[in-house]
Design a protein around this ligand. Structure first.
Ligand SMILES: CC(C)(COP(=O)(O)OP(=O)(O)OC[C@H]1O[C@@H](n2cnc3c(N)ncnc32)[C@H](O)[C@@H]1OP(=O)(O)O)[C@@H](O)C(=O)NCCC(=O)NCCS
Length: 190
């Protein structure tokens, strides 16, 4: 169930576009490069971007090769549970649960998820969280957390719908365009 390319789910958006939720595969390299660099552009161009940390500069193909190789190895070893959203072969979202790396934190996972701006608010993130929760439980995890900007209402609601509860606020976690923003952590048992 965790092998590269494995399909979890297919569904259709209100505008008729067909979405496939599946595990990453090696052939996604160029699609991923376009995906990640479109997020770098979003963060640079929009001072109100809801994107959290990361996405500081454009990623080269070599860097993406390295990231993809490491991630595919981690997926194979069940250290990462991954789901991407694919529309006509284009990657429009990526989500990962990364397991704790110590023996006594291996049952815990940190969830990270990003949908490109054009496709937000259409139920894709909610379905990806559901998939990651289900697959994490299947992999033996017992708890998950996620962290994002405290004023990101879409993220808060998406996680609330998946039974996450607010675990805490990190004051001034992010400094961007001359302003501080709080981070919000949500968590749940599995
Ligand atoms: C946070 C994120 C992953 C959510 O994915 P999404 O596909 O946009 O979310 P969904 O469309 O599934 O919305 C989830 C719920 O939030 C609510 N919601 C959607 N848009 C909203 C908005 N603009 N304001 C408030 N609530 C909203 C809805 O109740 C929705 O539930 P529904 O499916 O019953 O309508 C996505 O918006 C994103 O990538 N944001 C930027 C990156 C980020 O913040 N990642 C942090 C997560 S670790």
């Amino acid at each position: 169930m965790f092998e590269a390319g494995h399909v979890y789910k297919r569904f259709t958006l209100a505008n008729g576009e067909k979405v496939t939720l599946r595990v990453l595969r090696w052939e996604d390299l160029d699609g991923l490069l376009m995906f990640i660099n479109s997020l770098v552009e979003e963060k640079r161009g929009d001072t109100e971007s809801s994107l959290y940390t990361g996405f500081d500069r454009k990623v080269t193909r070599e860097e993406e090769v390295e990231w993809l190789v490491q991630t595919l190895v981690a997926i194979e070893g069940e250290n990462v549970i991954n789901v991407v959203a694919d529309i006509n072969g284009k990657i429009i979202a990526n989500g990962d649960v990364t397991r704790g790396s110590y023996k006594d934190t291996r049952h815990h996972g940190h969830l990270g998820l990003t949908v490109i701006s054009k496709y937000r608010g259409q139920g894709i993130g909610r379905r990806m969280i559901e998939t990651l929760v289900r697959e994490s439980r299947r992999a033996g995890l017992r708890a998950l957390d996620a962290e994002f900007l405290a004023d990101n209402e879409t993220a808060r609601r998406a996680y609330e719908k998946a039974s996450f509860k607010q675990a805490g606020i990190i004051p001034h976690k992010v400094f961007r365009n001359g302003r501080y923003f709080d981070g919000l952590i949500m968590a749940r048992e599995l």
